[in-house]
Write a protein that binds this ligand. Structure first.
Ligand code: FAI
Length: 552
């Protein structure tokens, strides 16, 4: 039987005997068992300094890299394996006469296995060290070893993850001392992914530690300047490096698999996010809980200076309250807004949970309660609910202002964060009547909430609470109707906020019928004049913010 695969134009060995291995590992876990096995099958071991010492300490024979290269490790370990006698032995193609001639001339011996894991950059980064120490932990030779061995996987195996040692050993046993092509391919791909993710982690962490903008990579595409809202500072190429930190029970529905991945450069302490949220009681967070938490945190962040309570269900806020009295009062205001929807919802508070609030929370079936802190007595009560998830966040500041990605088939859409509610420099008052200070506060609050409701969105509110929230409508008239129709609370000082402009005056007619006297909306419709005329006719004050808040 031929040792080469007949299906490829370039001959690739189906099985490769493991006769000589190069070992260079920072993580020495599992090294002993692996080396004992390799020694038993007659494989010669060659290793870099501390790996060599560990192998000798195991009582196994081993050669140093220096004894092969006849060149010492230099620059404090910056150059260890970077030598033709090492890389020639990894990259040589045994089926090429010219390669074999080179090997003979320069007395280079072939390696069949590379075992290498890299300097622990992530661990060092997590310690928050100075950038000099960080730079010293950028692995050079190890990355080159992985890349070289992966390139020549036709002839060589590459181990980079301790978890794969067992699979290699089993494969060698199964194949009488050789490694199969299928496993070599899998290991090569894994090694290339490892170097890509390692390099992305380094680039992203240096970028943030040096506070470098993406100025070198940005290019303005074939877009006419007058069509560009702001110069696009999003990079030309992005490499997302993600680590799986949790397998989830299921996805949006029980028949969907799910997991939580975090950005590898996401430091535990730098921003308020799901990654550093501490869920300390109750069932594990589900996929839907996580989506809801992500959403509620964004709204809470816009209300971080207030004493605010938010109740959210299926990614949509159903009640929001703010109070000068207490966080418990804020929750009552939020709950009053819609007493039906909170069942099975999640709650986020911007202040410590008191026992008074805990008693109210206890009365309703809730999935998650998130707050900066819980009073001890409040905790004792809430922890009686076995399944209720309780979570804390360190601070609502800062939210990550990095690019937001949305997955689409075949790619990702990227946009900068929507980090404004009302840009005061853009505000105009186009109607005859102008809002007073209290009404302005209600308009601002209504706009803050409507920004986080799926479009088309309408919010009815006063300065302390939402009265009714309507979102996800395909036309604004239905959204207005639904919002006003379901409200059961007093309309004293009520305002209506719209996430985008009113394209026609028809919505204003409905708003007038319900007796609403104040509107806030972005403005910018070609029919603005008609809409303003209708407001003036009905004695309605209207504020244009100039900032649209579509949410898809
Ligand atoms: N510079 C080199 O030639 C080099 N060759 C291998 N390494 C790394 O050195 C580490 C192992 O070194 P030691 O056996 O001395 O602990 C491994 O993580 C390996 O990825 C190197 N170090 C960093 O680049």
């Amino acid at each position: 039987m031929s040792h080469y695969s007949a299906t490829l134009s370039q001959p690739v060995k189906d099985l490769v005997k493991v006769r000589r291995a190069l070992l260079s590992v920072s993580d020495k876990n599992g090294l002993k068992e692996l080396c004992v096995f390799l020694n038993k099958i007659g494989c010669q071991l060659v290793a870099t300094s501390s790996t060599y010492k560990a192998i000798i300490d195991f009582g196994l024979p081993c050669l140093t890299v220096d004894s092969i290269t006849k060149f010492p490790e230099i620059l404090g370990g910056r150059v260890k394996t970077l030598h033709p006698k090492i890389f020639g032995g990894i990259l040589a193609r045994e089926y090429l006469e010219s390669d074999l001639a080179d090997m003979k001339e320069h007395e280079i011996e072939i390696f069949d296995l590379v075992v290498c894991n890299l300097y622990p950059f992530q661990e060092v980064l997590n310690k928050g060290v100075e950038s000099e120490e960080l730079v010293e932990n950028i692995d050079i030779g190890g990355v080159s070893l992985l890349r070289a061995a992966a390139k020549n996987h036709a002839s060589i195996s590459i181990l980079t993850d301790v978890k794969d040692y067992k699979s290699l050993v089993e494969n060698i046993v199964e194949n009488n001392g050789s490694v199969s092509l299928a496993l070599r391919r899998q290991l090569a791909i894994k090694a290339l992914r490892e170097t890509a993710s390692y390099d992305e982690l380094i680039a992203a962490s240096l970028e943030s530690s040096f506070k470098v903008e993406n100025c070198l990579t940005h290019k303005i595409g074939p877009v006419r300047a007058e069509n560009v809202k702001a110069i696009d500072s999003l990079p030309e190429n992005i490499c997302l490096s993600l680590n799986k930190i949790q397998s989830l029970r299921y996805g949006e529905n029980p028949h969907q698999q799910a997991a939580f991945y975090r950005l590898s450069d996401m430091q535990a302490h730098d921003v308020c996010s799901l990654v550093n949220m501490k869920c300390f009681h109750g069932k594990e967070l589900s996929y839907n809980n996580m989506l809801d938490i992500e959403h509620i945190i964004r709204l809470a962040s816009d209300l971080k200076d207030k004493c605010a309570a938010i109740i959210l269900k299926h990614n949509t806020p159903c009640g929001v309250g703010i109070s000068d009295i207490s966080i418990s009062d804020a929750y009552s205001l939020a709950f009053e807004s819609d007493p039906v929807s909170p069942f099975g919802g999640i709650v986020c508070l911007t202040k410590k949970v008191t026992v008074e609030l805990a008693k109210k929370l206890y009365e309703t079936f809730l999935e998650v309660v998130i707050a900066p802190e819980f009073d001890n007595e409040a905790l004792q009560l809430l922890q009686k609910k076995k399944n209720l998830r309780l979570a804390t966040y360190d601070s609502l500041l800062p939210l990550s202002n990095k690019t937001i990605f949305t997955h689409v088939q075949g790619g990702f859409l990227a946009q900068s964060a929507n980090d404004i509610v009302i840009d005061k420099s853009k505000v105009t008052y186009p109607t005859l009547l102008k809002p007073n200070e209290e009404i302005f506060a209600a308009l601002e609050f209504g706009m803050t909430v409507v920004k986080h409701v799926r479009s088309n969105a309408i919010v009815l509110a006063n300065a302390k609470q939402t009265l009714s929230i309507a979102g996800g409508f395909t036309n604004r008239v239905d959204a207005v109707h639904n919002c006003l129709n379901k409200n059961r609370l007093s309309l004293d000082n009520a305002i209506l906020a719209s996430d985008a402009f009113f394209p026609f005056a028809d919505s204003i007619d409905i708003i007038h019928k319900y007796g609403i006297k104040h509107i806030v909306q972005p403005g910018g419709s070609v029919q603005d004049a008609e809409v303003i005329k209708a407001c003036d006719k009905y004695g309605i004050s209207m504020l244009f913010t100039g900032s649209r808040h579509f949410k898809h």
